[in-house]
Structure formats: C-alpha cells, structure tokens
Write a protein that binds this ligand. Structure first.
Ligand code: MN
Length: 228
C-alpha cells in the first residue's frame, strides 16, 4: 500500500509457548462487573445492561514495561482484569456462539485516571480521557485457550511492591465471558484480534511513581511492570 504518511505499527502481544504474536485490532472493556468493586465506587450493578467502554489498540503495553505516570492526573488507579483475546468474530451472537470466539487469555491493568473519571461522571461526559490514554493498558503475554484452564475457581490478583491489593476468583464476575461477548456483539461486530477486559474486583487504589506491580491470572498468565 502506498500511504501518504508512514503507516502506524500494528499493536501486538507475545503468545506463551510460541514465537508468533497476537495482532490487536480493538480493546473493549466492561465496567462494574464485580459487585464489590461497584459498591466501592458507589455504584450499583445493572445485571440487565452491561456497561462498556473502549481503549485505543495502541494503549496496550507488554509485560515488563516501564509505564510513565500519565499526564493530566494526580490519581492514577490500578484495576486488575482478566483479558480475553478473540480469534474469530460475529455479531448478535448467543452466549454459546460467543464462547467459541475466545482464542486465549491474559491478565492486564485497566489503568484509570480516577480524578478525570469522577469529573466525567459528575458532568455526564464520556470516559475516554479517564480510560483511553496512552499506555493505559498493560497486558501480559497471552495463553492460547487450548492450553489454559480458566474457570470460576481461577484466581485473579494484583500485588504492588509485594503487597496484595486486589484478589478474587472469576466466579465473582457478574457477567461471565460468554455473556460479556454476546452483549458486546449486539453493539459491535466483533472481529479476530479484539481484546476484551472483563472487569476488576474490589481493591482498586492509587499507583505512584516507582511502584512495581505484579498481576496474575493464576496458572494462566502473569504481568510485571513499573510506574516511572
Ligand atoms: Mn476496569
């Protein structure tokens, strides 16, 4: 293709057990998917209508990265989440059909400028500047679904500087993965390469420059990094 400016690089993630990489098309996120976290944010869970937002694909940064403390905030928060990677697409899918889209799993941080999010909520503004900033999505290497055991007992957790900050099992999710993907597919035609952040458990808190984080989807994927 003969582009008029240099074409942007395609964001991608490494794959555990392979020398090939997973190309990232889009990043979708669900909000308020663990009841305890919704409560700590002063919100209630609406089981009938899942709430979604997006991050740019190039907000993703890989394992081991130094993440620069972002501009325009004094309250950067961590939200540890399971990340689902799609290997196929479709729209208006049943939960059973949607489950078949899952190519693999990882763990990530939905980094949030909490002060800007609070302002957006107060003004009824969109969440883009609170959620979709540069480097707002550290994500681990992905484990292919056929090599992963992921279920209601799987533990999701985050430590910062060796201290446990967030921990839950996936069974605490309000909407499970098939239902998240089915609901998303009524709003967007899902495509291979899409990543979906599946919500955070309670315990979100601030990160400071110098903090080292260690996120785990236990037995599946791990993410290390540092705020600088
Ligand atoms: Mn989140």
């Amino acid at each position: 293709m003969n582009y008029i400016i240099d074409a942007p690089a395609l964001p991608s993630l490494p794959v555990i057990g392979s020398d090939r990489r997973f190309p990232i098309r889009r990043v979708f996120c669900i909000g308020r998917n663990y009841a305890e976290h919704a409560r700590e944010m002063g919100a209630t869970v609406d089981k009938s209508t899942p709430m979604f937002f997006c991050k740019p694909a190039d907000a993703v940064v890989g394992d081991g990265a130094d993440v620069a403390y972002p501009q325009a905030t004094a309250d950067l928060h961590h939200e540890v989440e399971m990340v689902v990677a799609l290997g196929a697409g479709g729209h208006d899918l049943s939960p059973e059909q949607a489950a078949a889209l899952v190519w693999g799993y990882g763990v990530g941080l939905d980094l949030t400028r909490r002060d800007l999010q609070a302002q957006a909520k107060a003004k009824g503004h969109p969440w883009d500047v609170a959620k979709g900033f540069d480097h707002s999505a550290p994500v681990s290497a992905l484990r292919p679904a056929d090599a992963a055991t992921v279920g209601a007992q799987t533990v999701l957790r985050l430590s910062v500087n060796g201290e446990l900050r967030q921990q839950s099992t996936l069974g605490e999710m309000v909407h499970d993965v098939p239902h998240i993907l089915a609901a998303l597919s009524t709003l967007f035609e899902l495509k291979a390469g899409d990543l979906v952040f599946t919500g955070t458990p309670a315990g979100v808190a601030a990160l400071q420059r110098g903090d080292r984080f260690h996120a785990e989807l236990v037995g599946v994927a791990e993410l290390h990094g540092r705020i600088v």
